[in-house]
Design a protein around this ligand. Structure first.
Ligand code: TA6
Length: 283
C-alpha cells in the first residue's frame, strides 16, 4: 500500500480541479472555480455529495451542487448578488499535504478590484479541504487585511446526495428556533424529533450547537460545524426545482442541502481572522 494519498490537477467539465485521495482510499474533487468541492467518497463508501447533471460549468454561473462557498454574503442578506461573489471566482491553489492519515489541500481568494468596488473590504480567504477515512473537513478562514472592521455573512452550502429525500431523516434540530424562508420568514420552534422533507424546505436554524445525523436508507452521515452558528436546510421541491434550469426535474428527490452558515453578520477586526468548519463523517 502507498504510504500517503495523492493530489492531482485534473479537469472536470472543462474547469481546473484537484483530485484528492487519502491513503485509505477516500476521494474528493475540488474545483478551483469557487473552491467548490464537487465530489466526496469516504474510504470504501459511495458518493455523498449531490452534483446536478445539468450543472453549468461556464465560469459565470454558480455550479449547482457539491459545496458552494457563499461569501461574503449569505443568500440575499446584503447588497451583493445572491450568495456573494466567492463562488464565482477562480481560487488559487495553496498548501498541499500528504500525511499517512489524511490528505489536505487549500485554495485561496483575494478580492478583485471589481469585488472591492462592490464590497470595499479587503480580505484573504482560504478554504482547506482535509480528507481521510470516513471524514471530510472543510474549513473556511477569512482574514481582514483592511483597516476597518469587516462584517460578512456566508455558508458552506453543502448539497448532500440522498437516494430518495422523502425517506431520508435529519435528526438533531428538535427544540431549535428556525426562520421559515419558504413561507413567511417568521421564527418557529422545531417540534419534530426528526425532519422529513415532503415539501419545499428553506429554513435557517439558529445557534445549532449539536451534531446532526442524516439517515439515508442503510447509510448515515454525521454533520457538525464549528464557528458557523447556524444550519440552513434547503430542498426546492417539485415546483421550484422545475424552475431551475440547471436541475433535472426530479433532482430535488436526490438532494438535501444541510449548510453550515453564519446568517447574522460576523465582524472581524482589522488584522484579525475568523474560521468556520463543517465536518462530515460517514457512519
Ligand atoms: O441556502 C438556501 C438558499 O438560500 C435557498 O433560498 C435557495 O435559493 C438556495 O440557497 C440556492 O440558491 P442559488 O442561488 O444557488 O440558486
Amino acid at each position: 500500500m502507498a504510504t500517503t494519498g495523492t493530489i492531482e490537477s485534473v479537469e472536470l467539465h472543462g474547469l481546473p480541479a484537484l483530485a484528492l485521495t487519502s491513503r485509505d482510499g477516500a476521494r474528493a474533487v475540488v474545483g478551483l472555480f469557487g473552491a467548490q468541492v464537487l465530489s466526496w467518497q469516504p474510504a470504501g463508501g459511495k458518493e455523498w455529495l449531490y452534483l446536478s447533471d445539468r450543472a453549468i460549468f461556464d465560469r459565470n454561473t454558480p455550479i449547482r451542487g457539491g459545496v458552494p462557498v457563499c461569501f461574503p454574503q449569505f443568500a440575499g442578506l446584503g447588497p451583493l448578488a445572491k450568495h456573494g461573489f466567492a463562488r464565482l471566482r477562480p481560487w488559487a491553489p495553496g498548501q498541499q499535504r500528504l500525511e499517512p492519515d489524511f490528505t489536505l489541500a487549500s485554495l485561496q481568494l483575494a478580492p478583485t478590484p471589481t469585488d472591492l468596488a462592490a464590497w470595499p473590504h479587503p480580505f484573504e480567504a482560504e478554504l482547506t479541504i482535509s480528507l481521510g477515512g470516513d471524514r471530510l473537513d472543510l474549513e473556511l478562514e477569512v482574514r481582514n487585511t483592511g483597516e476597518a472592521p469587516l462584517a460578512f455573512t456566508g455558508a458552506l452550502h453543502t448539497y448532500l446526495r440522498v437516494a430518495e429525500v422523502e425517506e431520508a431523516t435529519l435528526t438533531g434540530l428538535h427544540g431549535l428556533t428556525y426562520l421559515n424562508c419558504a413561507t413567511d420568514g417568521q421564527a418557529r420552534r422545531e417540534t419534530g424529533d426528526v425532519l422529513r422533507v415532503d415539501q419545499e424546505v428553506d429554513r435557517i436554524y439558529r445557534h445549532v450547537a449539536r451534531p446532526l445525523l442524516l439517515r439515508d436508507g442503510n447509510r448515515a452521515l454525521g454533520i457538525r460545524a464549528e464557528g458557523f452558528p447556524d444550519v440552513v436546510v434547503w430542498n426546492p421541491w417539485e415546483e421550484r426545482c422545475a424552475a431551475l434550469a440547471d436541475m433535472p426535474r426530479n433532482g430535488f428527490r436526490h438532494m438535501l442541502c444541510v449548510e453550515a452558515a453564519a446568517t447574522e453578520p460576523v465582524t472581524i477586526a482589522p488584522g484579525e481572522d475568523w474560521w468556520g468548519r463543517q465536518t462530515l463523517v460517514a457512519l
